[in-house]
Ligand binder design. Structure first.
Ligand code: SF4
Length: 390
């Protein structure tokens, strides 16, 4: 077992997309088949070097594997199955593990779902973003609304235990009624899991540039806050539990893998730009953060030299660990257990205790015996409160 008797997760960053969307700054490239094939070899090479450097890691079972990106589905089912089998042959993956694939509805065919399901994928997360063609176009997405319906139907036919979708609100030119229509469409197709993110065009992306130059406009902060409330209300009445600031699930369908980030449990991060949290024992008892370079050539160069691709490795102090525990854990509806924090990391540092007291006094956090949580009214502006703990 890993830290605190929990099993760990494995995150695989697949750094390919068919085309870059106008708002995105995740690391991905549009390289073709040759690069995709080479990446699969590199990823397993990375895992082998990691296990040679930290042999104890080979004994920690994983109960989640998550293929994110980028657009993992562009690898195609054969490569994805090969990667999963390669991971399983090098590390123990528990029976009943949650195995997620992020998929772009425009890059996955009906039979692909059956092949992936056969190999042990259990969960598919579709990057839908909107059900309105004009919004998809404004975001620079490659898929159509028909692709979304076909992907959903095929995932269900292939008997995926969990099918989720991602939506974005606060999009260029989006009216509040457009978002209401998106939420109605989402509720009508009954995904098991739904993530709703506010658009945040990163500096350097085309949409950010267009907003800066006044060529397009996005809804005001007040309108985006109302859109968030619309989603909360409509999805609650459709039976979803709003279990994390941006995530909704039917009961029991919460994402187990992302839960590891929020609860500060261990996970390996493989692939360019992937981050990890390892608990390698005495050398870093409170955890060690790892970070791969956001560059496929640099990642390949380091691995070809026979060394780990990490550009940053940082053992966490008690204060770091506490901050991470609070900042990620307070995103959850359940909040955090302060007794659990003390058990793991020792007494809470005084400066953090004072920052928490101030947030409790202002109403941004609520302390209920040994639990601390953020009231739902503050979730849309949670970053502001959480920044005070950083
Ligand atoms: S498909 Fe996803 S990762 Fe790729 S560019 Fe679009 S938003 Fe970014």
């Amino acid at each position: 077992m890993g830290e605190n008797g929990t099993m760990r997760g494995i995150y695989v960053h697949v750094p390919f997309c068919v085309r870059k969307c106008g708002y995105c700054d995740f690391y991905s490239v549009v390289d073709g088949e040759e690069a995709r094939e080479r990446f699969c070899g590199l990823l397993l090479q990375e895992l082998e070097i990691l296990l040679r450097s930290y042999p104890g890691e080979a004994n920690v079972p994983a109960d989640t594997v998550y293929f994110g990106g980028g657009t993992p589905s562009v690898l195609g089912p054969e490569r994805l199955c090969r990667l999963l089998a390669g991971i399983r042959s090098r590390l123990p993956v528990a029976e009943g593990a949650e195995v997620t694939l992020e998929a772009n509805p425009g890059t996955i065919r009906g039979e692909d779902f059956f092949r992936l399901r056969e190999e042990g994928f259990t969960r598919v997360s579709l990057g839908v973003q909107s059900f309105l063609p004009a919004t998809l176009e404004a975001l620079g997405r490659i898929h159509s609304v028909d692709d979304v319906h076909a992907a959903l139907e095929n995932a269900r036919k292939a008997r995926f235990p969990s099918v989720g979708i991602d939506l974005i609100f606060g999009n260029p030119g989006q009216e509040e009624t457009d978002w209401e229509a998106d939420i109605d469409c989402a509720a009508a197709i009954h995904p098991d899991h739904l993530s709703a993110y506010a658009l945040s065009p990163e500096p350097g992306t085309p949409i950010h540039g267009q907003i800066e130059r006044g060529e397009i406009s996005v809804p005001s902060d007040d309108a985006a806050a109302r859109m968030y409330e619309t989603a909360r209300r409509a999805l609650a009445s459709a039976g979803y539990r709003h279990y994390e600031i941006s995530n909704f699930a039917m009961p029991g369908m919460e994402c187990r893998h992302n839960g590891k980030y929020w609860r500060r449990e261990g996970y390996l991060g493989l692939g360019p730009s992937a981050h990890g949290l390892l608990f390698p024992g005495e050398s870093a008892p409170l955890g060690m953060r790892t970070e791969n370079p956001p560059s496929l050539p640099e990642y390949a160069r380091r691995l070809d030299e026979g060394r780990l691709s990490w550009v940053e490795v940082e053992a966490r102090s008690g204060e770091d660990a506490w901050k991470e525990f609070l900042i990620f854990g307070l995103r959850l509806e359940e909040g955090v257990s302060l007794a659990e924090g003390e058990k793991r990391y020792g007494p809470q540092p005084r400066n953090l205790l004072e920052a928490v007291d101030r947030l409790v006094a202002s109403g941004s956090l609520v302390r209920d015996r040994e639990r601390l949580r953020m009231p739902e009214a503050f979730w849309f502006v949670s970053n502001e409160a959480l920044r005070r703990l950083a």
